[in-house]
Design a protein around this ligand. Structure first.
Ligand code: BGC
Length: 733
């Protein structure tokens, strides 16, 4: 609103200036914020020389790299990417930083410069709350803007097809609707701060093993209805200025020179007006990539074999292999996004941020997204009058684990546990300095709270034996560039939990993991809380959840398998811990196709350990049968939810739909609702029409087949109401 008023005022001044001075066209008509981003970009591109156009379609690595004899470019702040500005035309530089979970600071290139680290993307997804995602994005965007960044490499929305994927913590789970909605909101949050965001990695970069060589095989309809749908929804909701194409090949072509993905789907079918940037090292050609839809080559000097979007592309232009119109299109798309997000009109201002407010955003994200998986005999919440608690493991005295790779944030307060391996990329292994032990001590009042590192299971068991309750923290470090070999917790932590649980059955396990892990001791412990990578205020959030100051309301955004045999691909050949196996050339994603996660489990059928959508609360809820009415050809669904317990809490109403002729249920809508004890509310749950559709290969459109649809309300993918049948008319979206 504020900006609208400002721009109206500027328009008025601009117009009256024109009239009063009877000037011809102003010197820089593209500076007028009253004109559309398209018009501004089209006007500006006409002013550029070819050399200037080439400057904009290729970013420089924004940090020093000794191995490539690369020094930090003049003007760069120090980050993943830098595109110098063009001062004669008022075009700002692009300062590009990684920022999936907070503003990253690679190899600490800006010494002492820390940022607020959010919990895992999976924690935000597990909140099932678009407001949490937006707040996280706005927080990151605001911090970036105050550090001088105007482009963020955020918005990871690759679907989780494998719990071993080392980057699951950066993404938003296995379901296209949930992931697309929440990541779209994160992007919207970032861009609300006039900082341009990507969505990435387009597309099907669903494993790290052999990520720069693997050729993912999957049919068009299956990908349109799964991974591409997550991108389609995230882009529609978030309107990211850029899409980052991925390292892998899709059906034979590199993603960054894949005409089908970039030109046909993204730019033509989805009418995407922004620009495509390559992942770092993902460009393999000049003419082919440019003609297939790549608009900006990233950090080529350091990561690519050649700087394709320099001499080779100039040559291709001279030989007529690439048209001048296409070069202009590349530049126009870049400028258009910069105008649309506000990079010209609201340049970053370096300055302080409200640190406490930002830490609160990180804390709320985990409080909303931690998932209570088990709670026998109401072991949790812990009573405030306990007199002894044993806290064990995972450096819980110092902080909470973070994931590694380009998304890693140097957290506020610095790394709480230094010196762990790997010390270099994708490390250093980092712990956010929010100590669960300290927060538990503070919450426990007069209780004696003692800590054992867990290195010695016998000592930990002895401590647990003489305490009323034991809280064991277990961890699994994961990072970009490799996948886990299996689901086993490393460093003999299973033996630690077993020993502690044997000594004291009132054992609570807090997981700090990338994604699902095996829990062979599950039946022997009282409670399990999945805290993902908990983030910069994770310790406080965990204590609040354990003591019931906050009622857990997270629901799994992924299916928790019992073991690897339940996965579509039980083997992951070439994964780091299985050396000797040559990396595979292809990955067959056609096995499950569009039936990712819970849909695969239904199709097989298989019983997971915990289903998608599952999560416990300290209160109880009753959901009524869904009320379904058809308006304008689409179903409207409402569900009565009642808090039947004695604490305030939040429930998530999940609506699953079954299409005519397809027995597999898919999530079609969801809504989170907070209720006081005894309170009842009727919740209207908006359904996404694309989830009631199939992708019609002949029409190349989403179509709703006329026929009978089954609608279920549920509290997870397997805990469902009876089906309510509705008749929908045939339609094309
Ligand atoms: C990652 C991207 C990241 C880029 C720049 C790549 O290795 O895959 O997610 O944005 O590096 O740091």
């Amino acid at each position: 609103m504020k900006h609208q008023n400002k721009s109206a005022l500027r328009r008025a001044i601009f117009a009256s200036g024109l009239a009063a001075c009877a000037l011809a066209a102003p010197a820089r008509p593209w500076s007028d914020p009253g004109r559309s981003p398209d018009a501004r970009a089209r006007t500006l591109v006409r002013q550029l020389t070819d050399a200037e156009k080439f400057q904009l379609i290729h970013s420089l690595f924004g940090e020093p790299d000794a191995a490539h004899k690369w020094s930090m470019p003049a003007g760069a702040i120090g980050s993943a990417g830098y595109v110098p500005g063009i001062p004669r035309l008022g075009i700002p530089a692009q300062q590009q930083s990684d920022a999936g979970l907070g503003v990253a600071n690679p190899i600490n290139v800006r010494p002492g410069d820390v940022a607020t680290a959010l919990p895992s993307g999976l924690a935000t997804a597990a909140s099932w709350d678009p407001k949490i995602a937006f707040a996280g994005g706005a927080m990151i965007g605001g911090e970036a803007w105050h550090k001088g960044f105007n482009v963020l490499l955020a918005g990871g929305v690759d679907l989780q097809r494998d719990p071993r994927n080392g980057r699951n913590f950066e993404y938003a789970g296995e379901d296209p609707l949930l992931a697309g909605t929440l990541v779209g909101e994160t992007v919207r949050g970032i861009q609300s701060q006039h900082v341009l965001s990507t969505v990435k990695h387009y597309a099907l970069n669903d494993q790290e093993t052999a990520r720069t060589t693997i050729d993912v095989r999957i049919g068009e309809r299956a990908m349109r209805e799964s991974d591409l749908l997550a991108f389609e929804l995230a882009i529609a909701r978030g309107r990211p200025g850029s899409v980052m194409c991925s390292y892998n090949k899709v059906n034979g072509d590199w993603a960054c020179e894949n005409d089908f993905l970039l030109n046909q789907v993204l730019k033509k079918d989805w009418r995407y007006p922004g620009f495509v940037m390559s992942d770092w090292g993902a460009t393999h050609s000049a003419a082919k990539a440019a003609n297939a839809g790549l608009d900006q080559e990233s950090a080529a000097e350091v990561f690519d074999k050649e700087v394709y979007f320099d001499a080779p592309l100039k040559q291709a232009l001279a030989h007529g292999e690439v048209s001048h119109a296409r070069l202009d299109d590349m530049v126009t798309r870049i400028l258009r996004s910069m105008f649309a997000v506000g990079l010209f009109d609201h340049p970053p201002q370096k300055g302080p941020v409200d640190v406490n407010a930002n830490l609160a955003v990180a804390q709320h994200a985990l409080e909303a997204g931690a998932v209570l998986l088990r709670n026998e005999r109401t072991l949790l919440p812990l009573a405030s009058d306990l007199h002894s608690i044993a806290v064990i493991g995972a450096h819980a005295d110092k902080g909470v684990l973070a994931g590694g790779g380009s998304s890693m944030v140097i957290p506020r307060g610095g790394n709480a546990v230094t010196g762990l391996e790997p010390a270099t990329w994708p490390g250093p292994v980092t712990y956010d300095p929010s100590s669960p032990l300290k927060a538990i001590r503070a919450a426990a009042g007069h209780a004696r709270v003692e800590f054992a590192s867990g290195d010695d299971p016998a000592a930990a068991a002895a401590l647990a034996r003489q305490a009323q309750v034991a809280v064991v923290f277990v961890q699994q470090w994961a990072a970009e560039s490799f996948d886990a070999a299996d689901l086993t917790l490393p460093d003999k932590q299973d033996a630690l939990v077993a020993a502690v649980a044997k000594a004291n059955p009132r054992t609570v396990v807090v997981l700090e993991t990338n994604s699902p892990v095996a829990m062979p001791w599950l039946d022997r412990v009282g409670a399990v809380l999945e805290a993902w990578y908990p983030g910069n205020a994770g310790g406080q959030a965990i204590a609040n959840l354990l003591f019931g100051r906050v009622n857990p309301s997270g629901r799994l955004p992924i299916t928790w398998p019992r073991d690897l045999s339940q996965l579509p691909r039980p083997q992951l050949p070439g994964a780091v811990a299985a050396p000797g196996t040559p990396p595979p050339a292809t990955a067959d994603y056609a096995i499950e196709g569009a039936d990712v996660g819970y849909r695969w489990f239904q199709r097989q059928p298989l019983q997971p350990l915990f289903p998608f959508g599952f999560g416990l609360s300290y209160t109880s809820f009753a959901q009524g049968a869904p009320q379904v009415a058809v308006h304008g050809g689409l179903p409207r669904v409402s569900v009565e939810v009642r808090n039947t317990g004695s604490r305030a809490g939040a429930d998530v109403v999940q609506i699953y739909a079954q299409l005519p002729g397809n027995p597999i249920r898919r999530l079609a809508g969801f809504a989170k609702v907070t209720l006081a004890p005894g309170q009842t509310r009727t919740v209207e749950v908006p359904l996404e029409p694309r989830l009631l559709s199939e992708f019609d290969m002949a029409k190349r459109r989403w179509i709703i087949r006329g026929g009978s649809y089954a609608i279920y309300a549920g509290r997870s993918a397997t805990d469902l109401s009876a089906a309510v049948r509705v008749q929908l008319p045939a339609q094309t979206l």
